[in-house]
Design a protein. Sequence first.
Lengths: 114, 154
Amino acid sequence: MALSIATRQLDGVTILDLSGRITLGEGSVQLRDAIRDLISKGEKHILLSLGDVNYIDSSGLGELVSAFTTAKNQNADVKLLNLTKKVKDVLQVTKLYTVFDIYDDEAHAIGSFK
Amino acid sequence: MTEPQKGRRSFKLPSTMESVAEVEAAAEKLAQEAGLDEDEGFRVVMAVREATVNAVLHGNGYDPNKQVSVSFENNGKSLVITVADQGEGLDPEKIPDPLAPENLLRGTGRGIFLIRSFLDEVHFRQLNPGTELTLVKHLTPAETKNASQDLDTK
């Protein structure tokens, strides 16, 4: 299943609800384009909701890292919400779990940007 | 794709992302038949996918004249998967550590690390030309029992 991305705004935060796979050829480029588009429009608070992402590979991890660093370079923040067990597993093994701000509760995540 | 032979399946595929999907599906089947639970199955499938992506992308560079050779075997004690490309070769000693602070925020370079993290043994062999990775996942006693029962019923 390819990646689908739905965008919504809540309290000044742009939330991307991601669903499917973030892998080479199936979602990495879509995610990259979506993040770059938001940052080019001046969005500073971006929350990636990953509750329906059932698979991520090393390419997808690379895109998450690139999103994080691209945002930082523009004084913006990319945070993660609702990791599935598989995505959490991969982020922990690669130590990226310590890099991102990660939340299990949407309201809490949104509040963290203020 | 060739037919299974005495518990070992092997096939040669073109250097495309469609091949990656085909190998991934075969790995899922292997993990399922071996009785791996969801988490362990995911780790095996992910490692096989990463190895195949490396072969297609970094090894063969999507070259239509080069193939990826893959084999799957459940010998009752372990799952043994080989993935070989026809590229210029890979020196595993030269792969940067993605956990090093200076590499942690790099956008690439985690594939081999994930393979090593998720499997019990990973061996590199230089071919002429190319590289072969052998991936080994040891089966637990319960999974070994499942494998034996599967063989008994066939």
